[in-house]
Design a protein around this ligand. Structure first.
Ligand code: C2E
Ligand code: CA
Ligand code: CA
Length: 560
């Protein structure tokens, strides 16, 4: 901890002077309170400033130097907005040079030969203070409820402290469990009192580790301090104090911690990570402190990568559409009825990425629309091409994400595809997962009705996985029921799944729509499903999803 105290106080100063004796005298004055770096001339100073990960609080600049002089340095600095953030004190023996250097942006000057060390130190201190205040002053300093820093001020402060700290530091995000409930139970005034008390305790506890704290929002606090292991003990101490309050409800804090291992990280991102660690233990009554893990970090980086690569992947055809056949099974022989379009991403560096990985990600940020529009177009083109080449129609079902339902142009987009590729609406079927119906039944039903009005066939995907009540089913317009795979997987292993499969087939019969069973891998499953009256089957038993070229044999087999 003491290391941190010392480090916080030690800002970096760069002394630029070609004369060794000057450097030594000044260095002696300053190194007690500052970390001092030296440069021989302006050029070297620029190199140091550009390549160093440290943040310099002040530059002491000689004017006459070989290479790049002090004036040339000031001239260069005046055109560089980043360099201008660091104040410069000029060291000179000529009276006339002082005014000129102040005009060129220097903050102050020290005359040579150097006078009293105390005076020099005081000047350096004052200039640093002035320049730091300038950037901090913009944000309001304190939060009215708790007296802690506001988030804006806190971030600015952390940004300034960070480069000056040598050891490892932590971003900590603390949250009060069920705070909203307390607010509702005790009222807002009492809620604020709880916040103030928690803030006071946080401040007390972090005093020992020289940390700083803010209230970020509502019941979320942030702490910046030297790296610790002792968070559970700190929380316990706060907890203990809180238990002395008279409330019947137990106030419980949880904390997410992210140690800083990457100095280029933005402060906001760093604290976001601590927050995501904190969020992970929401509702967990055993763990109180969670560390942001490398696993979590790698996942975040991986997801960012997928988001930034999607356009390239579509353009380069790393993302491609595969087709899995569906067979009608009620006749003597299974007959090819249609196919499902399933997207595959084979990334040149990351390898095969499962749709289970990127579909939910793209659903969460809206990119799914872009992906689905691409898949639909590819599928429509494929149906046309098979029709042209083999003279048969193999309808293709495409997946329509719940997010696509909100696209006001959905209907028109799909209709345009039919036009472009000369298809009947029955040749491009739409699979919508059952849980989408539960999300927003009214809106979905309206959209589905419009689509059916245009002749599109709607398949309810993953039926049985969601929450649709039997009652709702009778009002939902659909054309096909696609049974959730998990029932098929277990139907020959446990009685309950088999009963459920039967039940679903019965429901479909009651609704007057055919059932598709997907995930069929074994002949035995097929036999039982056929007996029950299931219309269509999709699954590895016939084929995995394949590229169009590998789908051709299925079409040719029908024609033989
Ligand atoms: P889904 O629509 O329920 O698709 C069926 C999934 O089951 C596919 O996985 C398919 O490869 C797999 N499958 C088919 N037969 C068998 C089998 O016999 N055994 C086993 N174990 N699995 C089988 P996939 O391709 O990984 O897709 C996963 C999910 O990703 C899909 O579930 C669908 O919800 C979504 N998805 C895939 N492509 C798209 C797309 O283009 N757009 C949208 N919005 N979602 C898609
Ligand atoms: Ca599907
Ligand atoms: Ca499915």
């Amino acid at each position: 901890m003491n290391e941190m105290t010392a480090a916080v106080l030690k800002r970096n100063i760069l002394i630029v002077d070609d004369e060794i004796i000057n450097r030594e005298i000044l260095g002696n004055f300053l190194s007690e309170n500052y970390l001092v770096t030296y440069a021989d001339n302006g050029r070297e100073a620029l190199d140091i400033l550009a390549s160093s990960t440290r943040q310099y609080s002040l530059i002491l600049l000689d004017l006459i130097m070989p290479g790049m002089s002090g004036f040339e340095f000031l001239e260069y600095r005046s055109r560089d907005s980043a360099l201008k953030q660091t104040p410069v004190i000029v060291m000179t023996s000529e009276k006339g040079a002082e005014v000129k250097s102040i005009r060129m942006g220097a903050a102050d000057f020290i005359t040579k030969p150097f006078g009293m060390p105390e005076v020099i130190l005081a000047r350096c201190e004052r200039i640093i203070e002035l320049s730091e205040d300038k950037s901090i002053i913009r944000s309001i300093e304190k939060d009215a409820v708790t007296g802690l820093y506001t988030k804006e001020f806190f971030f600015e402060y952390v940004r300034q402290l960070m480069p000056r700290i040598e050891g490892e530091t932590d971003a900590v995000v603390l949250n009060i469990d069920r705070f909203r409930l307390m607010n509702e139970l005790f009222g807002r005034k009492e809620g604020n009192a709880i916040l103030a008390k928690v803030a006071e305790l946080i401040r007390e506890v972090i005093l020992t580790v020289k940390g700083i704290a803010c209230r970020a929002e509502a019941d979320t606090f942030m702490v910046f301090c030297a790296h610790q292991e002792g968070y559970p003990a700190m929380l316990a101490r706060i907890q203990h104090e809180l238990s002395k309050l008279t409330h019947t409800l137990r106030i419980r804090l949880r904390a997410g911690v992210c140690p800083n291992t990457d100095s280029s990280l933005m402060v906001e991102t760093w604290f976001d990570r601590a927050k995501s660690a904190c969020d992970r233990i929401r509702g967990d009554y055993i763990r109180q402190v969670e560390l942001y893990s490398t696993g979590q970090h790698e996942r975040a980086v991986f997801r960012e990568r997928l988001i930034s690569d999607i356009d390239k992947a579509i353009a380069n055809r790393d993302i491609r559409v595969y087709y899995q056949p569906k067979y009608r099974i009620q006749g003597d022989q299974p007959r090819l009825s249609s196919a499902e379009a399933l997207v595959r991403w084979i990334h040149p560096e990351l390898g095969f990425i499962s749709p289970g990985e990127f579909i939910p990600l793209f659903e969460s940020n809206g990119l799914i629309q872009k992906l689905d529009n691409y898949v639909w177009r590819e599928a429509a083109r494929q149906v046309m091409q098979w029709k042209e080449t083999y003279g048969v129609s193999v309808p293709v079902s495409v997946n329509v994400s719940r997010v696509d339902i909100y696209d006001p142009e959905l209907e028109d987009k799909l209709a345009r595809l039919l036009e472009t590729f000369h298809l009947d609406p029955g040749e491009l079927m739409l699979e919508i997962t059952e849980t989408a119906y539960a999300d927003n039944a009214d809106n979905l039903i309206e959209v589905v009705q419009k689509l059916r009005g245009r002749g599109f066939m709607i398949e309810m995907d993953d039926f049985g996985s969601g929450y649709s009540s039997l009652n709702m089913l009778t009002t939902i317009p659909i054309d096909v029921l696609k049974m959730d795979m998990k029932f098929i997987r277990n139907m020959l292993r446990d009685e309950k799944s088999l009963r459920l499969v039967e039940l679903i087939v019965d429901i479909a019969q009651f609704l007057g729509v055919p059932v598709v069973a997907e995930g069929v891998e074994e002949e035995a499953q097929l036999r039982v499903l056929k007996e029950m009256g299931c219309a269509c089957i999709q699954g590895y038993y016939f084929s995995k999803p394949v590229l169009p070229a590998d789908f051709v044999p299925f079409i040719e087999a029908e024609q033989a």
